[in-house]
Design a protein around this ligand. Structure first.
Ligand SMILES: [Fe+2]
Ligand SMILES: [Fe+2]
Length: 206
């Protein structure tokens, strides 16, 4: 299970025993682990391939097509990456997939884009909740929210429109560089101060 036997490890058994040296080891390991995030995201996105769930296209194609539509419509890179990952939570969060995707994106995107991804499932329900015995107007409770129109537009132009097997769908490799750039450095994180300090130190020693 553990393929990292040779790496230095902290010595504590309970965190209350942790020393500065322990946390230096952990901090150093984190840098490499964090850099590999885009690779793990891509691997996870690929899990959506081949799983249609009854929809006209598989979940990966839907994500790629949503991103393609947003990109072709002139949306910026961060928005396109949100479009690409908006349904990445389908596998682990079938009951709250929008929350999973939003949590993954939150450190790297604007509050507006995060809100849009987090609420897209309720907004998308406008198109089908009536068929499930739910209220298609559920999103109306957010009518006065500053991101209401943004999220309506995301669903209308990209998400709801991305179920066409005949429509142009750019490959994952096209979006990979964008994903890597957007996820290169968090804008918001509990650990942001520490990460900024580490980066400064790296620059000084380089
Ligand atoms: Fe969704
Ligand atoms: Fe979707």
């Amino acid at each position: 299970m553990d393929g990292h036997h040779d790496e230095p490890r902290a010595q504590f058994k309970h965190m209350e025993e942790g020393t500065a040296e322990d946390w230096k080891i952990i901090g150093q390991a984190f840098g490499g682990f964090a850099k590999e995030l885009p690779d793990r995201v891509i691997t996870h996105l690929q899990l959506l391939e081949g799983d249609c769930g009854g929809f006209p296209v598989d979940r990966l194609t839907h994500c790629l097509q949503t991103a393609t539509l947003a990109h072709r419509d002139g949306q910026d890179e961060e928005y396109v990456v949100c479009a690409l990952l908006h349904d990445i939570g389908d596998t682990l969060g079938p009951y709250n997939h929008a929350d999973v995707g939003a949590a993954l994106l939150e450190p790297f995107v604007s509050e507006e884009n995060h809100w849009m991804v987090k609420h897209h499932a309720i907004f998308q329900g406008y198109y089908f909740f009536e068929h499930l015995g739910l209220d298609p107007e559920l999103r109306e409770k957010y009518r006065d929210h500053p991101c209401f129109d943004r999220t309506v537009e995301f669903c209308a132009k990209y998400d709801a429109a991305a179920f066409d097997p005949e429509q142009e769908t750019l490959p994952l490799s096209f979006f990979e560089p964008m994903l890597r750039r957007v996820m290169a450095k968090p804008k918001r994180s509990l650990y942001k101060n520490k990460l900024d300090a580490d980066q400064q130190e790296q620059r000084q020693t380089a």
